[in-house]
Design a protein around this ligand. Structure first.
Ligand SMILES: CC(C)(COP(=O)(O)OP(=O)(O)OC[C@H]1O[C@@H](n2cnc3c(N)ncnc32)[C@H](O)[C@@H]1OP(=O)(O)O)[C@@H](O)C(=O)NCCC(=O)NCCS
Length: 387
């Protein structure tokens, strides 16, 4: 089976993009990825679109064909992939498997979501449909509510503190301050987070990722094609694991077993362990999830994620720079685009052209989570094929 590389990345600005349609931003990100790779659209043999809920957000379905047509490649096989907030990652993984299987040599992945055309209550109910509608959403459990339950349980069982949660947001906003693509460029202090409005106890406004429009794209190619590009970034592993949709059906709510399993498989496939990782992107949809994710990826023992954050390890100068462009918290979280955006940002770190470049970064990992952990995808990328 061939190896697979990322040879082009493209992002739109994330935020409230009322003057642009979903089609506009998807095309913009895709063209940016092709331009970054210095190729035209005729290289694309398959198109994968990550999107959670355009049908409910803007009333548009059939995104594969729509975006293929808008990109001038109407006859290229195109499909939309959905797995809630991990939609972008399952699209990327499908493209990766497509190339690995020998079906195509070049696949374009576009993650896109247009969320801000609806009012907050409608957005929250649309997102809640990615939980268990019958057992969670119908009784008023929003995603903020679900992650608040996980946060409370983590605090109760391990002594994780409110301040440790807040430090996640402080770090990610600090990393996002120079990011031209990010929704928010403001820094926030510990006190700002602790005093922001309560959303779902113990989570406050500044613990939450916002509601966002945005698109991200990557061009993946097979090893034989990759050799023609200047700086291919290799996908050493792309692994997925799932779990029950409803929180109460999980073995544990203080850890994310799907993420743990996906990470274990990715480490096995790549032959690497957490000690080899230079830079990471994790799914901080709510601050607690960054702590749970760092534990799932093996950077901190179960229950010690809060202390790991408190130690300063996740900062740009720490032992594990995390969410170096601002994470979901500052970048924003256009749900279908996030997993692709994470891979764009890791790719830039490994090429040496990130806005917050970590010197000597060679290997990166990302974790993108769907819902409260029913889907998890982990990718390990490297600037060398043989590590
Ligand atoms: C937390 C939340 C409810 C706030 O929405 P809201 O109350 O409608 O907020 P508004 O859009 O009215 O914004 C009010 C202000 O807060 C800011 N704001 C909104 N959400 C923010 C966030 N998450 N972080 C920081 N600031 C935020 C806005 O920019 C605005 O600032 P301004 O007054 O200076 O312009 C919403 O962001 C949310 O639901 N987030 C979670 C999304 C989610 O669940 N994603 C899926 C994860 S699994």
């Amino acid at each position: 089976m061939t190896n697979v590389a990322v040879v082009g990345v493209g992002l739109t600005k994330f935020g409230e993009l009322w003057e642009q349609s979903l089609r506009d931003i998807a095309v913009k990100a895709a063209l940016a990825a092709l331009a970054d790779a210095k190729v035209n659209n005729d290289i694309v043999q398959s198109l994968y679109v990550g999107n959670m809920s355009a049908g409910r957000f803007i009333g548009q379905e059939h995104l594969g064909a729509l975006i293929g047509d808008s990109l001038g490649i109407p006859n290229v096989p195109a499909v939309r992939c959905e797995a809630a907030c991990a939609s972008g990652s399952v699209a990327l993984r499908s493209a990766y498997l497509d190339i690995k299987s020998g079906n195509s040599d070049a696949a374009l992945v576009v993650g896109v979501e247009k969320m801000t055309d609806l009012q907050t209550d409608e957005v929250v109910m649309t997102l809640a449909a990615a939980g268990d509608q019958e057992w969670e959403a119908d009784i008023g459990l929003t995603f903020a509510g679900l992650y608040a339950l996980m946060a409370r349980a983590h605090m109760h069982k391990f002594g994780t503190t409110r301040e440790q949660l807040a430090l996640v947001s402080v770090n990610n906003h600090s990393n996002g301050k120079n990011n031209p693509h990010a929704q928010f460029n403001m820094e926030v202090s510990l006190e700002d987070v602790l005093n922001s409005s309560l959303v779902a106890d113990p989570l406050r406004l500044l613990d939450c990722s916002p509601i966002t429009d945005g698109a991200a794209a990557v061009l993946l190619v097979s090893e034989s094609l990759a050799r023609r590009f200047e700086q291919p970034i290799w996908i050493l592993a792309s692994e997925q694991a799932n779990d029950a949709v409803a929180l109460h059906d999980r073995k544990s709510i203080v850890e994310m077993l799907s993420a743990k399993m996906a990470a274990k498989k990715a480490y096995e496939k790549s032959g690497l362990g957490p000690n080899k990782i230079d830079v990471t992107e994790v799914h901080d949809c709510f601050s607690i999830n960054e702590i749970i994710s760092l534990e799932a990826l093996g950077f901190a023992e179960l229950g010690r994620g809060g202390k790991f954050v408190e130690s300063g390890a996740i900062t740009l100068t720490g032992e594990l720079p995390t969410n170096t462009t601002g994470g979901l918290k500052a970048n924003g979280h256009p749900v279908g685009a996030t997993g692709v955006r994470q891979v764009c940002d890791i790719t830039k770190q490994l090429r040496g052209d990130s806005i917050n470049q970590i010197n000597g970064a060679k290997i990166g990992i990302n974790l993108n989570v769907g819902g409260s952990g029913a889907t998890a995808v982990v990718n390990i990328l490297s600037n060398e094929l043989v590590v």
